[in-house]
Design a protein around this ligand. Structure first.
Ligand code: URA
Length: 252
């Protein structure tokens, strides 16, 4: 990922961006504005009066025209779940079904995500919040464009600020790379706990459920289960024998 794009993402998340003196001679200027209709709002600008919080943010996302995706979406997809959740699951962007229903992860991939959560004793809306990097569907389910991500990240940053999750689970390469401002492949991002955003929220990466639907191999299922166990350990959740057995079974 080139430095300008990385700086743009980090700035959108409210993280100060510095360039080394030896490289630039001076402190880096603010990252260039996203080439969107209007400059992306900083997370702090998305912040509403304290008593408004969620509702103001929801309205801002609903009415957002920061990038061209507002022209093709049916509706924006804000996020769903427990606003006090310890867990925050972040995917890439709404698909066709999500765009139609206004809720993230409601298609086939969503059903598998629900099953992954159930395997570790969680359910949608109970101690879990689910959101996406993009709040609007890219036409034809294409990958998000950098300027769309830069426009939308402040909304996610504000959601994180309000939820203050104990742990973020980024599902899939696109979510992980955009959140961590890196081009590293997903295989290199799995298996460790990253730190995300100004609150240094712990972030773990795993495969996207849609990828698992396409690749039914046991080794991939096993890796997801390893990731989920890692998350449980991180949260201090008890791991039952049944869950460990499930892991062994998945391991083939
Ligand atoms: N895939 C995602 O990344 N997010 C959704 O909401 C649905 C499918």
């Amino acid at each position: 990922m080139d430095e300008a794009r990385k700086a743009q993402y980090l700035e959108a998340l409210g993280i100060d961006v510095w360039r080394s003196r030896s490289a630039a001679g001076v402190t880096a200027p603010a990252a260039p504005a996203a080439p969107a209709a209007r400059a992306a709002p900083a997370a702090s600008e998305v912040r509403a009066a304290p008593d408004e919080g969620w509702e103001a943010l929801r309205a801002a996302v609903r009415d957002c025209t920061q990038c061209s995706l507002h022209r093709t979406r049916t509706q924006s997809v804000f996020g769903v779940g427990d606003p006090r959740a310890e867990w925050l699951v972040i995917g890439e962007a709404p698909g066709a079904e999500e765009d139609r229903r206004g809720e993230p992860f409601v298609g086939r991939a969503g059903q598998l995500l629900d099953a992954m959560l159930a395997a570790i004793g969680l359910a949608r809306g109970r101690n879990v919040y689910i959101a996406n990097v993009l709040k609007s569907r890219p036409p034809g389910n294409r990958d998000p464009k950098p300027e769309e991500v830069a426009s939308c990240l402040p909304y996610l940053a504000r959601q994180i600020e309000l939820i203050r999750p104990v742990l973020i689970l980024a599902v899939g390469r696109i979510a992980a790379q955009n959140l961590l401002a890196t081009d590293l492949p997903l295989g290199r991002l799995r298996g460790r706990v990253h730190s995300f955003g100004p609150l240094n929220s712990p972030l773990v990466v795993t495969y996207h459920p849609a990828y698992l639907l396409r690749n039914q191999s046991l080794s991939e299922k096993r890796r997801v289960w390893e990731d989920m166990l890692q998350v449980m350990e991180r949260l201090g959740l008890p791991i039952s024998q049944k869950q460990r057995d499930y892991f062994l079974k998945s391991a083939g």
